[in-house]
Design a protein around this ligand. Structure first.
Ligand code: XIL
Length: 371
């Protein structure tokens, strides 16, 4: 009697204690939106043994921060390196996390050979299209059925709304975006397909992104969503702009995702706002004021900004399907090294010791209010 009743009861109590222990950020947003993080090599290869259980506890989606970029996954003609990205996908799947593929066609982190023939002459349009098709079919095909959605084209638009003059545009022409989406759809007909960019919440840039979406729709080419990267600051952008842009993309029938969220707290010249990764500046001590810790006054601004932001995102929760933070904790953020190397930034919800910051609780409160 004792054994038959009490032992199962104890197991049940233990299990519920563990599972309530394991509640994390993602749980506050269950049934509302996916909560993602960017992940990197040392988190999945065991170098940082705390990373995997922490990621599985707090996030419902992962995006490889670099592992699926052309220069990593296809470093030389005909040579694909899937091992690292495979281990990330396996980790995500074994923990029930969605995988976002980042990224297929971009002007950065794409080797120079992609645009040249073997003697080094620029490729013709047909040859580059063939190369793009091979890359997309191979990579998307490799992960067919395992990736929820792909950032198919990244950062194709300039701040003024014109098309960015990349090698893709120069050699192939305007329709390179259509082709990329077509090839991705062929390679995994069930995967969601996204256009992703930074500053595309801003009106001028948005005016360049909207015709891209409409053009794909008019031609019957699949596009599911627009990713707004969300490399944001304490003082920019205005919340109204974020609100308005989500509404505009949603009006086109798009899902909207914040795909690379962080809020920079360091003084940064506004010409270094955005996320054009080739744009950098030399280290300046005066622009790295919080090496010893973040002052309360700045922390409060960060919390308020996160709360306001999530208030808006949750208001749009029928169309905002995912928010991905660009890094697991402050120590992992690329904002410690971009646009200026070697600074100490505090842009995320968890500190360098994996402890939730006040901003974490501010975000959880917004999620609870929205329930
Ligand atoms: C960044 C990564 O975080 C860095 O580790 C890498 O050195 C450069 O790229 N827009 C994007 C992301 O779409 O892929 C970039 O990620 C940040 C800007």
């Amino acid at each position: 009697m004792y054994r038959t009743l009490v032992i199962p009861l104890m197991i049940l109590m233990l299990a519920s204690a563990c599972s309530s222990d394991e509640q994390g950020l993602k749980d506050a947003f269950r049934d509302q939106m996916l909560i993602g993080t960017a992940i990197n090599r040392i988190q999945v290869d065991g170098t940082d043994p705390l990373a995997k259980p922490f990621i599985a506890r707090h996030f419902s989606s992962i995006t490889p921060e670099n592992a699926m970029k052309w220069e990593r996954i296809h470093p030389e003609p005909g040579r694909y390196e899937f091992a690292l990205a495979d281990s990330m996908v396996a980790f995500a799947r074994s923990n029930g996390m969605a995988v976002i593929g980042h990224v297929l066609v971009w002007h950065s982190q794409t080797p120079g050979w992609v645009f040249q023939d073997s003697p080094g002459n620029p490729l013709t349009r047909d040859a580059l299209l063939e190369r793009m098709r091979d890359h997309i079919h191979t990579v998307v095909g490799h992960y067919r059925g395992k990736v929820l959605g792909w950032d198919v084209v990244n950062e194709a638009v300039e701040e003024d709304g014109s098309m960015r003059r990349t090698k893709w545009l120069e050699i192939i022409g305007d329709d390179y975006i259509e082709k990329a989406f077509q090839y991705a759809h062929e390679a995994d007909p069930d995967a969601e397909l996204y256009y992703n960019d930074y500053n595309n919440e801003e009106r001028a840039k948005r005016a360049g992104v909207i015709p891209i979406v409409k053009n794909l729709q008019e031609k019957g080419i699949r596009i599911d969503g627009v990713g707004i990267q969300g490399h944001w600051h304490l003082d920019s952008p205005d919340m109204e702009i974020i609100d308005e842009s989500i509404g505009e993309y949603a009006a086109l029938g798009m899902k909207v995702m914040i795909t690379e969220l962080e809020i920079n707290v360091l003084p940064t010249p506004s010409w270094l706002y955005g996320a054009e990764i080739s744009r950098t500046a030399e280290y300046r001590e005066s622009l790295d004021p919080y090496v010893e810790g973040l002052p309360d006054s700045v922390e409060t601004r960060l919390n308020q900004r996160y709360a306001e932001l999530f208030g808006i995102l949750l208001k749009h929760r029928d169309v905002v399907t995912r928010v991905t933070f660009w890094g697991v904790h402050d120590g992992y953020s690329w904002k410690n090294n971009w646009p200026m190397p070697g600074r100490t930034n505090y842009p995320l919800l968890f500190d360098r010791n994996y402890q939730p910051k006040p901003a974490y609780y501010a975000v959880i409160r917004e999620a609870e209010k929205a329930r």
